[in-house]
Design a protein around this ligand. Sequence first.
Ligand code: MN
Length: 381
Amino acid sequence: MLKISILGSTGSIGTQALDVIDKLNLEIKVNSLAVYRNIQLLENQIRHYRPHYVAVFDLNAAKDLKVKTRDLDVEILQGDYGVEYLAASEENNIVLNAVTGVAGLKPSIATLKAGKKLALANKETMVTGGELINKIKQSYKAEIIPVDSEHSAIFQCLRASDSNHLKRIILTASGGPFWGLKTKDLVNVTPAQALINPNWKMGNRVTIDSSTLFNKGMEVIEAKWLFNVSTDMIDVIIQRESIIHSAVEFEDNAIIAQLGIPDMRIPIQYAFTYPKRMISPVNSLDLAEISKLTFYRPDTETFRCLDLCKEALKKGGLYTAAINGADEEAVKLFISGKIRYTEISEIIEKLIVTQDYKGEVTYDNIMEADKEARSFVFSMM
Ligand code: MN
């Protein structure tokens, strides 16, 4: 039996994961749920799934929830400690980490140290701490199953051969709503325009990050650590329809790709059932209806963030942790109308060029670099 903890259960990935669990014809027990503060929805989830443990980051929200669930047999834990406790709990054998932001790093570490299967949807885990995570994963013999659609695709495609014969990873990107535009057109982009993604329904930061290609840059970093490849083995290609979720090329020049309707429930389900496959609630892809797939090289002159992420990765150390924090703050400033769209990449570039983030990749150093990078962004205002 699959015993699952879902960290970030009220978010986009969390709710889709619960939908997968409802529809899977498989014995699955949701043993624990964790959220930041959306306790209205969390209370409904508790009444439906009856987990033994629940963790809430926000202390006041945790107190409210305790009152609301007095009639139920559930233990409500609080803060950082609660989420870490759930991740390491004996009660589960798989942890879906769908926490938003760098707050997801700690529970990922706790999951791996408990030697468990980590279904990883939190991007920041590998972006900020890839080097550290791989060390922990190895010493505790734990397993990571990627949930991000591209990395799930790569993970699936790699099963076609021995990874020794891998030539390159082809990471696909939709290109976002501003594909085809140039910098002069982007200067006056409004938050409302940037918050639309034609193919995927996602949270605010990742939607903006998809439009700037910062999200793709983060995914290059994730791919490097998840699949242990050199950065120059990862090619990014625009696949406008988001039908090919990524591909790999082997030494014999055979390319294996994973295709499907853009719906996160496919990669989420695969992380749960791997190495098996099961019937999905997602519709089958009708290739004749799609009729054509279009590909382009990314315009890295206009969308600077992709190369900036690669640059940070080459610099190593804590640079990727720093640019992640800086981007998150820059995106918030853009959404609240305080900076222009094009300033997001300018701020990140300035950070990479002027700041020193060489340093050992430890948990404390990552959090420190994250904090410093955020203050750096504010110091520029
Ligand atoms: Mn993705």
